[in-house]
Each structure stands twice: as C-alpha cells, then as structure tokens.
Design a protein around this ligand. Structure first.
Ligand SMILES: NC(=O)c1ccc[n+]([C@@H]2O[C@H](COP(=O)([O-])OP(=O)(O)OC[C@H]3O[C@@H](n4cnc5c(N)ncnc54)[C@H](OP(=O)(O)O)[C@@H]3O)[C@@H](O)[C@H]2O)c1
Length: 304
C-alpha cells in the first residue's frame, strides 16, 4: 500500500496551506538537521514562519538552511542537554525576533536494546536527552519569551507510539511517557499565560534514521505491523505540525495527538491472517452447537 507521494516537484510550496498561514510567527525546531525535524522546519517556512533550527552538528543544519528557498530558516548549534547552550539559543532567537511563538521539541533518540542489557549510563543518556533536554528547552522558552511577553505560545513535544509498551526501547518508552505527562501538567499550569502544550506521538515514519539504523529484518517488517500497511511520510508529519501551529490549533492543549496509522490500537492488519474465511474476509459470529468431550465415551456429544 502506498501513501501520498511527497511533492518533490514543488518543494518550496506547501501542498496544503497558503504561504501566509504562519506569517510573522517565530519558531524553534530542535533536531532539524534531519528527518521529521528538517521537514517540519521546511513546512513552517513554506507557511511563512521564521524558524531557528538547532542540533549538535552544524553541517546537517546548514543543509536544511540550503533547502529553504525563502531564507526564513536560521541554524544555531546547540546541545539541548546543556543548560548554558539552551539559554544562549533562546536569548539569540529573542534578540533577533523579539518573541517566540512556537517551540517544537523534536530532537530525541534512543538505541534498540533488550532491557536486561541497558546499562545505568545508557538509560541515563536516553532520559537526559529526551526528558531533561525537552524540559530545559520548554522551560527556557516559556520563562524568557512566552510568559513574560504576555502573548503565550505553543510547545509541541515529539513522543512515541505505541503507548502500551515499547519492547526493545524501555528507556525511550519511559522517557516519552514522562514527556507526555509533562506536556499535560504544564498545559494546566501555564494555561493562565495562554501557553498551549501538546505531545505529538509519532508511529513509524520513513526517515533516514529509521530506515538505516535499525536491523534490516525489523525495517522490512514494520509496514506489516501497522494497520494502514505503510509507514508515515515526513511531509504528512510536518503538515500536521503546521496545522496545529496555525490558529486552527488554538484550542488544542494538554493532550497527546497520535499519528501512527492505527498502530496504537492494533498490531498488524485486520483481519489477522489466521482469522479469515476462505476468501480472506474477517470471521463473523456464528451460532452452532457447542461440542464438549464426553468423559465416558470419549466421543463429542452436542449440548444445548
Ligand atoms: N522516525 C520515526 O519513525 C520516529 C518514530 C517515533 C518517534 N520519533 C522521534 O521523532 C524525532 C525525530 O525523529 P527522526 O527519525 O527524524 O530522527 P533523526 O533524523 O535521528 O533526528 C534527530 C535529530 O535530533 C538531533 N539531536 C540529537 N541529539 C541532540 C541533542 N542532544 N541536542 C540537539 N539536537 C540533538 C540530531 O542532530 P545532531 O546529531 O546533529 O544533534 C538529529 O538531527 C525523534 O525524537 C525521534 O525519536 C521518530
């Protein structure tokens, strides 16, 4: 099954939105030197937002800047785990733009490993990046820009689907659950400042990282684990972020928005292959005589 094709023929324009949708908005997107973050930054810029992107390495960030024909994206090297770097990034963005309307906490990651082999250091590393990094960015942007300006703003934090357990990623599952609760809690506390916060839970998306980092046997099977039968595209993800950043998203806060082709609800296609009739249709209820084994005869006798 194929999803909507990415519109490579017109990468400078949004497939869905007017170029003025986010005119005048100032955004930060973390981890935008690749994958979902890069496409998010590009889509926000296609819609007129001024976007500062960050990551630890300058080169991928510059590649994202070069893909933006509108000149609306600026790059700033920043490790979101380092408090001083985060403070500096936020100061720079405020210094240049006088405000911040949107923060997309996209930077994150983990490594695939059975729980019994995750060391304390490995666990701490994943928690530090995904939870503490998200907290540092969110707190700095809110306290330096969104709250004192009296204008409020939006914070979106990328998390993971499925939610009912993350075998092979115990550290990241725990981290993303923490981030989802953080977004819910801050949405209550900071509603009085008109700061809206969401967790955006990503299922499996066809990013370079996902396609190249995980074992091929797992990558080959992913589409079969998703009820819609395919991975998500970076562009679909970025369009959701732009929509939520627009005024259409102004009443969303304190919740988790999941984009995962129904993976949160079910593993694989429906009907499952072993529960179909001869034509491959889902089995329906049928009324028949229950058959129970008789202890005397060993034969199966019908019962009412
Ligand atoms: N792809 C999927 O299917 C999927 C599914 C669920 C969730 N997600 C989540 O969605 C987000 C983006 O995923 P992706 O697939 O696009 O991954 P990606 O291409 O690996 O992007 C992650 C980005 O984060 C940056 N980064 C990592 N550590 C950082 C740090 N300490 N400070 C600042 N930036 C940092 C990386 O750049 P540097 O290395 O230069 O810092 C990189 O550009 C991640 O949080 C990921 O876990 C992805």
């Amino acid at each position: 099954m194929e999803g909507p094709a990415d519109d490579a023929s017109a990468p400078e324009r949004s497939r869905l939105f007017l170029p003025s949708l986010l005119d005048g908005q100032v955004a930060i997107v973390t981890g935008a030197g690749s994958g979902l973050g890069r496409e998010t930054a590009l889509e926000l810029a296609r819609c007129g937002a001024r976007v500062t992107i960050c990551g630890r390495r300058a080169e991928p960030l510059e590649e994202t800047v070069a893909l933006d024909p509108h000149g609306l994206i600026e790059a700033h090297v920043c490790d979101i785990r380092e408090e001083d770097q985060v403070q500096r990034l936020v100061d720079v963005v405020i210094g240049r733009n006088s405000k911040i309307d949107l923060l997309v906490n996209n930077a994150g990651g983990q490594f695939l490993a059975p729980a019994e082999s995750i060391t304390p250091k490995g666990f701490r590393t994943v928690i530090r990046l995904n939870v503490e990094g998200t907290w540092l960015m969110t707190h700095a942007v809110a306290t330096k820009a969104m709250i004192p300006s009296g204008r409020g703003g939006k914070v979106f934090s990328v998390t993971l689907s499925p939610h009912n357990g993350m075998p092979g990623m115990a550290h990241s599952g725990a981290a993303r659950a923490a981030v989802e609760n953080l977004m819910r809690t801050l949405a209550i506390e900071w509603a009085r400042f008109d700061v809206k916060l969401l967790a955006l839970a990503a299922g499996q998306f066809e990013t370079q990282t996902l396609m190249s980092k995980y074992p091929q046997a797992i990558v080959d099977q992913i589409a079969h684990t998703i009820p819609l039968g395919r991975l998500g595209s970076e562009r679909e993800w970025a369009e959701m972020v732009a929509y939520l950043a627009s005024s259409a998203g102004d009443f969303f806060s304190g919740t988790v928005i999941t984009m995962d082709g129904a993976r949160d609800d079910w593993l694989g296609p429906w009907p499952p292959p072993q529960a179909t009739d001869e034509e491959g249709r889902p089995l329906s209820e049928e009324r028949r005589e229950p058959v129970r084994p008789s202890p005397d005869s060993g034969a199966q006798a019908p019962q009412v």
